[in-house]
Design a protein around this ligand. Structure first.
Ligand code: COA
Length: 415
């Protein structure tokens, strides 16, 4: 059986993380992704954070699986001719250069539309149109300008960025959806279109609950499920809420057995309203079930700190895994805080292909994330990332270049 995106050719001008996340997803779904790099240099991440001298870094390999790599100097007139030939025969062009870079190569949206009106031209930029549209942006910049940092952390500390790469990988995911949507629309219109995912927009999209809370705060002056309530006062903006749940069911991170030496011995505990009586029975506070000060979600809000302290007295008698097993029996939502070490060792994640072990000629075997999106008719088989320029001759031959022409282009430094 074929893959979902089989037959879709993607010219991949992406680098670093956000764009490569997007094109890796397309490749995992079966698209032919041709990564364009500069000879002798390539994607800067090939050599960033290296753990093995001279081998492509994990940073690069984990973002560029299932792709082919060609080297073309886009600023060489002959190199540009090569790219124009490829553009005429591809379906999608993806890029995440700083604003203006592709235009300086002579390959802006206007030009590409002329070359190939069916082309879907997809960009990651830091900001959408507006005062900051020309700025370069990296992950944590996006987290700061998208509302994530100001709402993450504890009330008495500075803004905090998340370890989750919501700015880079998050935007790549958004862009991939935009591309497949545009491919779908093309089946009706016959036309390509420009697809833009700005990192600020993607982060804000993922922070929508805080935009919700800003408006609730503006209207009522208080956010009753936040730790600032009832002891603190609220200012004009949504405050940092520590580990409070972002949803309608209060939650917090609680210590478990061994927390004194294991800094990941914690569990996220949700005081879900439908299981309140089960929670009370489990922690030995049966009297709270019928007590009007505790019986309803509204009554509990000003007492959350006391309630979580009492629950923590129970969780501290169990390891996080024991606690999870017991809580699951009572359908009480919870999540042990898993370290990356524990995740690496989790056999079930290997079985589903969420973590995969890949072999690479220069670095040997390494672990990577597999495709987190599973399609029953289009299973993902993860293959290693390409070496720099590994597929230049092969791809150029497929696009109609003769061996002599390829040799001549190489001799003048165009590829
Ligand atoms: N042939 C010739 N030149 C090439 C080339 C090729 N095959 N591939 C890249 N280049 C050139 C580009 O033309 C550009 O040159 P120019 O600016 O002189 O015209 C340069 O290499 C790369 O440009 P740039 O994107 O500015 O790289 P940078 O390292 O200075 O900035 C970012 C990196 C990520 C900050 C920037 O690309 C950016 O803001 N991207 C958009 C937002 C984004 O995706 N950020 C997240 C990254 S994870």
């Amino acid at each position: 059986m074929g893959k979902a995106l089989e037959g879709v050719r993607v010219l991949d001008f992406t680098h670093v993380q956000s764009g490569p996340t997007c094109t890796q997803l397309l490749a995992w779904f079966g698209a032919d992704v041709i990564k364009v790099e500069r000879a002798g240099a390539g994607d800067v991440t090939r050599e960033q954070l290296r753990d093995i001298p001279d081998a492509d870094s994990l940073y690069f390999t984990m973002l560029n699986h299932n792709k082919r790599s060609i080297t073309v100097d886009a600023k060489h007139p002959e190199g540009r001719q090569v790219l124009e030939t490829l553009i005429r025969q591809c379906d999608v062009l993806v890029e995440n250069f700083a604003p203006g870079a592709l235009e300086r190569m002579g390959l802006g949206w206007e030009r590409v539309q002329v070359l190939n009106p069916r082309m879907i031209y997809a960009s990651v930029k830091g900001f959408g149109p507006g005062p900051y549209q020309d700025c370069k942006v990296y992950e944590n910049v996006a987290q700061c300008v998208g509302g994530a940092a100001s709402t993450t952390g504890f009330e008495d500390g500075p803004p905090v960025v998340s370890g989750a790469q919501i700015g880079d990988s998050g935007t790549g995911l958004h862009l991939a959806l935009g591309i497949v949507t545009a491919l779908y629309q093309r089946t009706v219109t016959g036309r390509g279109q420009y697809v833009l995912a700005a990192m600020q927009d993607a982060v804000l999209n993922l922070c929508r609950v805080k935009l919700r809370d800003q408006q609730r705060l503006d209207r009522t002056g208080v956010l009753r499920e936040y730790p600032q309530h009832p002891k603190g006062t609220f200012g004009p903006a949504v405050p940092r809420a520590g580990n409070a749940s972002g949803g309608g069911q209060p939650g917090w991170i609680l210590r478990c057995k061994d927390w004194e030496w294991d800094y990941n011995a914690y569990i996220y505990f949700i005081v879900q309203a439908p299981v309140w009586s089960k929670i009370c029975n489990l922690i030995g506070r049966e009297e709270w079930i019928g007590d009007p000060d505790y019986a309803t979600p509204g009554a509990r809000l000003p007492r959350l700190a006391e309630i979580f302290a009492e629950i923590e007295r129970w969780t501290m008698t169990k390891t996080k895994i024991e606690a999870m097993q017991i809580l699951n029996k009572y359908e009480i939502p919870c999540g042990p805080v898993l370290s990356m070490r524990e995740i690496v060792d989790d056999e079930s994640l290997r079985k589903t292909g969420t973590i995969v072990e890949i072999d690479h000629p220069a670095r040997g075997s390494y672990l990577s994330v597999g495709n987190p999106i599973k399609l029953s008719d289009s299973p993902t088989v993860v293959t290693r990332s390409p070496l720099l320029g590994e597929h230049t001759d092969e791809v150029m031959a497929e696009f109609g270049f003769s061996a002599e022409r390829i040799a001549a282009l190489r001799a003048i430094g165009a590829i």
